[in-house]
Design a binder for this molecule. Sequence first.
Ligand SMILES: [Zn+2]
Length: 827
Amino acid sequence: MIRQRKLPTAVLAVLIGAVSTARPADYPLKPVPFNKVRMTSDFWRPRLETQRKTLVPFAFERTQPGVEHLKAARDFLAGKKIEDHRAHRFIDSDLYKVMEGAAYLLQLKRDPELEKTIDDLAAVIAGAQHRNGYLYPSHTTGAGSSKHMMGDKPYTFIVHSHELYNVGHMYEAAIAYYRATGKKTLLDVAEKSARHINRVIFEGDPEYNDGKPIRQAPGHQEMELALVKLYRVTGKKLYLDMARKFLEIRGVTYVPDGEGVMAPTYAQQHAPVTKQKEAVGHAVRATYLYSAMADVGTLTGEPTYGKALDDIWGNITDTRMHLTAGLGAVHGIEGFGPKYELPNADAFNETCAAVGNVLFNYRMFLLHKDAKYLDVAEVALLNNVLAAVNLEGNRFFYVNPLDADGKYPFNHGTAGRAPWFGTACCPSNMARLVPQVPGMTYAHDENDLYITFFAESSTQVELNGTPVKVEQKTAYPNDGEISIAVNPEKPTTFRLRLRIPTWTQDRFVPGELYRYADANSSPATLSVNGKRIEARIEKGFASIEREWKSGDRVVLNLPMPVRVTECHPAVEANTHRIAFTRGPFVLCAEGVDNGGATQRFFFGEKPVTADAKTSTRRIEHGSFLQASIKAQAVTKTGKTENLKLVLTPYYAWNNRGVSSMTVWFPTRADMAVFDPHILPKESVFAKITASHTAAEDTLTAIGDNKVDKWSSGNKVTRWSSRGQAGKAQWVVGRFHETKQLRSVGVFFMDRWQGDVRFPKEWSLEVEQNGKWKPFEHYTTDKYDVRANQFNVVHPAAPTRCDAIRIRMTPREKTAVGIIEVQVQFEK
Ligand SMILES: [Zn+2]
């Protein structure tokens, strides 16, 4: 696809700003605020209700430790004695995000009880703030230290302390609450904090850094976005200047010099932001940065930000984005890997990064008025973001892979959604993003009304001075027919612009990574008052300019057949694989619908999607549309059978218990796997048995040739005896034939804060002629339990055997676990 080059809109905005009067530069399009949109959609309305009834109350409960954290600081400042206050870098930020989400709900509907909750919290936060504006409980009470990556004193480790990140989220909560209620307590705390930070970072404050300005950008972006909002709500230019300065000094005044989380790229500090061309590092930090660059570039009229963002956007969509618009494919740095590194089962795709992708792309749309950004935002929202929470509203994904075997504990130690996390950025982001969705449905300028997201809803906007009511009737995103009633107060001429999504054309999502591979397309059609029209498509919008009269009706039809997608050949994980989509939804298969592992399906011939059948699946907390198509699958004996494959929208997976899940299906029989938990042919073991295996773990994991760097066992399948704490255990690995041992290595599992620990002791036995005998290890060996490595023993004398038995004595009250056993044989 040719990327369009044009005069950056920000420049135009400035020129216009110069001739018009005091009106400051801003995005050329104005979104209709979410509280001015009446959302009646059967898809979104239940989500908004769940948000109010379940998610936000549940999230308030779960963020109580953040409240306690702030109370400790408040009490300390009030001169009370504090006991056992534990340091935490960002626990209060999750609370602020939930407060922000709650405040949005208040903007939609008054709720005195919820208002009281926030008033009480506002008082605690105000109490925890120092007289000079500083707010960071861990340093206030002295609980924090460099051990916790906070530095020993305030602002001495900004690269990881989250001191600026946390208050950034507090500003967003304060602004949302002020807009909902007009109450200023929290907004005053926010402004006081911002003025304090301005002094310390940019001017010099005698209380910090020997009075010299610190001039260092936040290690986790967020402050920049919050300052822009603070500027918008107060009109005080100081805050916009601060946001601009934070962007200007990023990668200039301070560059970390290390690896991993101290790598210069990790928090995008490797180069000045306007010189950055590729998406690198931690993906949440990155998308928050890009969103802030769009805001600040627009509001200040500085075009270099927009220019850098065009390159970065192209780089993401061409090389570094999953089909679900998930970003940050790589574990560890939780961020962008090398070009085309887009694994499926091992994908990281943090929920917050998908949220950031929506925020970034929506701003890019407001800046460029181009629908391709909305197309990315929509795919991110309807797939990765919505998958992050179950339909009930109380279990969450942090990590969002595109393949799961039903056991692999990808989501912080579990194979499904979890009720909460120690690091709870993702669920709290869901609390604040979902209520904002109605605000992405309509946008306008003087003469143009943009229908950006389709959803049954209504609103009123003013075009050329005339109030215009607009109403969508549709079952979108489940169905592609959208009927739009346009009712101006008096006949008036303006342009109606309707998004024609990328997924109606030759690919599912913008960029060079994915292409449709079937012939199942049918074009979008448009009619006005029952008469078919051909509209001009400009930047992804069909535009209709006419004199509109009350009662006019436009019908847009976006056919939604099931489509087949192929991936760019450079993406190794998807070689000889295809995926299915329908409308804006990525489809996946789940074990629960398909009688066993989804990894056993394949498509030896081009799948026929034209006869795919769709039906609504209702479950306890909601419903979703499924599709079924004809597929092939390998059987236990390695034969091929024809089966029906049931496909579910990716967002709805894991709502019916933990089972396997696949997005990308092989096109070759030899890539299909009947049961991902069967030992691979290459394993040294023909069979493995154990005294006990925890339901969430996999016995064959210890012979599957998959090993992690760490003993935590969170990244690979493992065996453990959870549920039998304190009880001695054994594992037997039987070889394919009698073998002479060279060595045996055991990689034990250990979760330092968890239920599975290294064994107190362990030993080995060998089976010879049907009898178990103690294994005699080489004199300098011992049965060690070292972390993050194999604990290897060698035989003292030539030892031939048919099987080995590992005996383990656990420590008190814990279970034992093994990630992998490595056996070497003499030739
Ligand atoms: Zn997160």
